[in-house]
Structures are given as structure tokens and as C-alpha cells.
Design a binder for this molecule. Structure first.
Ligand code: CP3
Length: 353
């Protein structure tokens, strides 16, 4: 870690002192950036970008060239894992991700296997290596995966869903089958994240985007339990350096104590939670990441600064805060507003450290 010129993200995740609050943005490399859209055009498609380590490296670095961000995040997608399991990921124009062969019967579920990351996900592992070398120890690289439950949502629904009718029907009618999928997913996520760490990822984040749509009991049984298994299986250091991990359940405000109890280093917060309240609940055990409403970035300089100031004030003085949005940045965000936010966080957070 001493080798990193800017290691404040890692320090904040470990609740160590920092001169100002680190900031990065979920989906910081994406369609709100014209240079991303230009590279995507050259690559032909989103998957063309994600599956080519040269393109993936190029777009990972784009937001860092513009803004004083304190971390890079691997350019990829959570759905590469089910794709590697043979489900056939594709993007229908304007419709989001879909699978050619969703898990629709018991035979398909029984046939599901844990993919060997260095084989079927070799392009991600190569991208991690290439991005690390391109970063040249400037800022840390964050690796990521979907949570076992969130991956299962896409694998069983065959794409996005408003009501999760197919997976929830299975959850109540055939919980044994869903557990079988989640067990495979948990083992796949552990192998995948550890391979990213071995290739150079310096922190890792698990995106549980849809766990928050479950009932309390179902969240505990079908999402939280597998998050706990994943965290328990991850490398906690590599090459003598700590590799902190972050768990983010969108809509997870009701379960913060339980998420912290998975053993993770940091908990991601969406914008519905007051970060000061969250700190009082779990801040003695974990760092907190978040939690500005992404819609604030549609406003103006003064409002962005004021709203960023509120998040910082709510967290208060001391260690253990990584500034981020409460969810991914919208493609309709004016890019210059991200610069205003990043500078505001750095400037306005100094008095708290
Ligand atoms: O943060 C980053 O910059 C890293 C890149 C990243 C992407 N997807 C790139 C992407 C990360 C971390 C993800 C995670 C992801 N992907 C999640 C979990 C996080 C979350 O947002 O809750 C989920 C649920 C997915 C699945 C997925 N991939 C969806 C629903 C979509 C369509 C989104 C849309 O708005 O159309 C994608 C595609 C995707 N993944 C894009 C990007 C930049 C847009 C693709 C494009 O260029 O057309």
C-alpha cells in the first residue's frame, strides 16, 4: 500500500485517518461521458467493450483523466459470471441485459457449474492486470461482483424485472432449487473475486442490487446468508497488503446491523438512509460508503455543493467514510457536475479530519 501515491480509499475502508474523505462514483465509467460513448462505438457494443481488455482499460481510465477521483473501478459487469456459466448474455437495444438460456427448470439448475475464472472469465482477469499496470500505482483499483441473490434474479428471470415473479415463485414454491443456485453462485463469486484480487484488485465490492426487494425473512435466508459466505471466503490481504471489501444491498437500510455482521469491512448505503444514523448503528464495526442521491447531480453547482456538504455533516468528524452516490450515476448527468462534486467532497471534508 505504501507504493500507492493515493491510498486514502483503502485507509478510509479500514477506518484509518485520512486528510480528506475519498470519493468515487458507482458507474463512473459510463454513458454520461462522451468519450465512453465514442469508445463504445469503436468496440461495437457494451459487451465488445467489456470483453476486450484494451477497451476495458481505456474506459476505466476515462473518468480519472477528467476528475480527481480517489479510486478506479474495473470496467465490466456483474452479469459476466452467469454468462461464463453458459447462460448466453446479450443486450437487446434499449431493453437492458438478457439471457438466451435462463434457468427455467430443475435440469438446468442441476447442470449449473462454478466457472473457473481464469478460463471462462480470463478477459476480466486480463483487464484487471492491464488496468493495474496502466494506473501505475496512482489510485487503487476496485474489483467487483454481483451478490449470489442478485445474480440469481437475472439468471432466473432471464433479464431485468419489475416484480421478480419468476424467482419469487421459486423462492416460495421450491426453496431447495433456489438454494442450489445460490450455493453455486456463492462459490462462483468467491472464486471470481479472489481471482480479481490475485490479478491486482486492491479492494472489492459486492453489489446486492435486488436483495432489498425481499421480505425480511427472505432477505436473511436467500441474500444475507450468501453474502456472509462470500465475505467469509474472500482473501483479506494479498502480497502483504490488506484488501478491504464492501457490501452494498440497495434498499438494505433495515438490515444494516446484519450486513455489518457478515464480517465485511464496509457497508454501502443507498440514499434513503441517513448516514449519521447508520454510523451510530454500525460505524464502530465497519466503514460506510455513500450516500448522495444520484439525482442531486441533475441540479446546479450550489445545490451539489450543499447536498454533498449535508452528507459529510451527517457522517460527522472522524474516520471510516468513503463518499459515493447511493446508486449508479445516471446516463443523463452533465459530466461537469461530477467534477463539481469530487472537488466539493475534497474541500468540504477537510474540517472533519
Ligand atoms: O462502476 C463502474 O464504473 C463499473 C462498471 C459497472 C457496470 N455495471 C458497467 C455497465 C458495474 C459495477 C456494473 C454493475 C451492475 N451491472 C449491476 C450492479 C450495480 C447496480 O447498478 O445496481 C447491475 C444490476 C448490472 C446489470 C446491468 N448491466 C444492467 C441492468 C445494465 C443496463 C443498464 C442501463 O442503464 O441500460 C447493464 C449494462 C451496463 N453495465 C452499462 C454499463 C456502463 C451500460 C451499457 C451501455 O454502454 O449501454
Amino acid at each position: 500500500m505504501q507504493m500507492l501515491k493515493n491510498d486514502i480509499l483503502i485507509r478510509a475502508l479500514l477506518r484509518q485517518p485520512v486528510p480528506h474523505t475519498p470519493v468515487w462514483i458507482m458507474r463512473q465509467a459510463g454513458r454520461y461521458l462522451p468519450e465512453y460513448n465514442a469508445t463504445r462505438k469503436r468496440a461495437g457494443s457494451f459487451l465488445g467493450l467489456a470483453k476486450n481488455p484494451d477497451f476495458a482499460t481505456e474506459v476505466t481510465l476515462q473518468p480519472l483523466a477528467r476528475f480527481g477521483l480517489d479510486a478506479a473501478i474495473l470496467f465490466s459487469d456483474i452479469l459476466t459470471v452467469p454468462d461464463a456459466m453458459g447462460l448466453g448474455l446479450y443486450f437487446a437495444e434499449g431493453e437492458g441485459p438478457k439471457f438466451e438460456r435462463p434457468l427455467r427448470d430443475e435440469a438446468a439448475i442441476r447442470a449449473l457449474r462454478v466457472p473457473e475464472p481464469r478460463e471462462s472469465l480470463g478477459y476480466v482477469i486480463d483487464a484487471v492486470r492491464q488496468i493495474r499496470s496502466a494506473l501505475g500505482n496512482s489510485v487503487p483499483l476496485i474489483g467487483f461482483s454481483g451478490s449470489p441473490y442478485t445474480l440469481a434474479c437475472y439468471m432466473i428471470e432471464g433479464g431485468g424485472s419489475d416484480d421478480f415473479r419468476t424467482i419469487k415463485s421459486m423462492l416460495y414454491a421450491r426453496p431447495d432449487l433456489l438454494h442450489q443456485v445460490l450455493d453455486i453462485n456463492a462459490r462462483a463469486v468467491i472464486a471470481y473475486l479472489n481471482a480479481q484480487i490475485e490479478a491486482g484488485a486492491q479492494a472489492v465490492m459486492v453489489f446486492d442490487t435486488w436483495g432489498g426487494a425481499l421480505s425480511d425473512a427472505a432477505y436473511r435466508e436467500f441474500s444475507l446468508e450468501y453474502l456472509r459466505r462470500v465475505i467469509g471466503g474472500l482473501h483479506r490481504e494479498w502480497n502483504g497488503e490488506p484488501v478491504p471489501n464492501i457490501v452494498f444491498t440497495k434498499g438494505g437500510g433495515l438490515w444494516l446491523e446484519d450486513i455489518a455482521a457478515t464480517g465485511c469491512d464496509a457497508v454501502g448505503l443507498d440514499w434513503t438512509v441517513n448516514i449519521g444514523t447508520a454510523r451510530r448503528r454500525i460505524g464502530s464495526r465497519v466503514a460506510l460508503q455513500g450516500n448522495l442521491d444520484p439525482a442531486v447531480l441533475f441540479s446546479d453547482r450550489a445545490t451539489i455543493r450543499a447536498e454533498a456538504g449535508k452528507v459529510l455533516r451527517n457522517f460527522g468528524s472522524g474516520n471510516g467514510h468513503v463518499f459515493n452516490l447511493g446508486h449508479g450515476i445516471s446516463q443523463f448527468t452533465p459530466p461537469e457536475h461530477v467534477g463539481i462534486l469530487v472537488d466539493a467532497v475534497h474541500e468540504l471534508s477537510r474540517p472533519y479530519h
